[in-house]
Design a protein around this ligand. Structure first.
Ligand SMILES: [Zn+2]
Length: 193
């Protein structure tokens, strides 16, 4: 079955037989890497980038407030604690879930999908597809933190308090972006094998 597959050379567009491993184009003698390997490696690279960015996103201040010359910096967790202490429990819980738990959950989902594809773990394809769509669906929700900072900085710009997004906000936005890239690079065709 596998020997009957055809693969296109990305350099000269010639159609070659997919022998399964180490394919060299019959016309231009260039190495052809199956699309699977390429998108798989791309998904890993984006995921690793996102996981590294998770650290500065949580360690650096996401919000810098300036009030009458007093500068106050707060990280995601610091902001959540402040919100909790001021009695804004629903907002504190939403931000805790969206910016602390959701990214970790997405990392775990993508790692699971990558491992189960690599080692062909025999869970049903239905489950993997479901997991993939859950990962995609919750993706935009983890941006809620950046939305909050943006809205706050616009709203409170007119009063005495000045709100500036900190380095953590940039790292956070980039982390969400790279997680989304990783999920997109992860071709759903990989799941079918
Ligand atoms: Zn070629």
């Amino acid at each position: 079955m596998k020997n009957n597959k055809l693969i296109r050379c990305p350099i000269c567009e010639a159609v070659n037989q997919d022998s399964g491993k180490a394919i060299i184009c019959r016309r231009c003698e260039e190495h052809i890497y199956p699309e699977k390997t390429v998108s798989y490696n791309r998904a890993i690279a984006f995921l690793v980038t996102a996981m590294i960015l998770y650290l500065p996103a949580n360690l650096y201040p996401i919000l810098i407030t300036k009030q009458l010359g007093v500068v106050h910096e707060s990280t995601i967790l610091g902001g959540i604690m402040l919100l909790w202490q001021s009695g804004s429990y629903p907002v504190a819980i939403i931000i805790l879930v969206a910016s602390v738990f959701v990214p970790i959950l997405k990392f775990i989902f993508i790692i699971y999908l990558l491992i189960s594809t690599k080692y062909n773990i025999k869970s049903s394809n239905m489950d993997k597809h479901k997991l993939f769509y859950i990962t995609e669906a919750i993706g935009s929700w983890s941006m809620i933190d950046v939305f909050v900072v943006t809205i706050l900085s616009v709203l409170i710009h007119f009063t005495a308090v000045k709100i500036i997004p900190g380095a953590g906000a940039t790292a956070f936005a980039l982390m969400v972006f790279f997680t989304m890239l990783s999920a997109h690079a992860f071709d759903t065709r990989l799941l079918k094998k």
